[in-house]
Ligand binder design. Structure first.
Ligand SMILES: [Cu+2]
Length: 117
């Protein structure tokens, strides 16, 4: 009899443990994803045609930053470039190019450059 109670108690414990784990795991993993996001980002450079002033830079920055997963945007009309730091799991370069395109600027992914010192 004692043994049955013990086994029964064990099953209850296991079931409860599984339920608790399931309940806890979703919010915890969401928190982790949010706090880990900076370590998962990459930076890509884009060649942007058509920017002529600081207002254009601001427009590009704002349009790209609206995308989910974009962490940081730097744009320079003088260089005709934009550098975007983003989570590759959440947003693609095609989406970034499309966002820049909504403003009327043609952009392409810049070829990777070697780090010069
Ligand atoms: Cu402008």
């Amino acid at each position: 009899m004692k043994r049955i109670a013990f086994v029964g108690g064990l099953i209850v414990l296991v079931v409860m443990g599984a339920v608790v784990l399931r309940v806890m795991s979703s919010p915890v993993s969401a928190d982790e994803a949010a706090s880990d996001s900076s370590s998962e980002t990459i930076t890509s450079a884009f060649l942007v045609e058509g920017m002529t002033c600081g207002g254009c830079e601001t427009g590009v920055r704002m349009a790209v930053k609206k995308l989910d997963g974009v962490e940081d945007v730097k744009a320079s009309y003088e260089q005709g470039r934009a550098e975007v730091t983003y989570e590759a799991t959440k947003v693609t370069t095609d989406q970034i190019i499309a966002a820049i395109g909504t403003l009327g600027y043609k952009s392409t992914l810049a070829p990777p450059t070697e780090h010069a010192g």
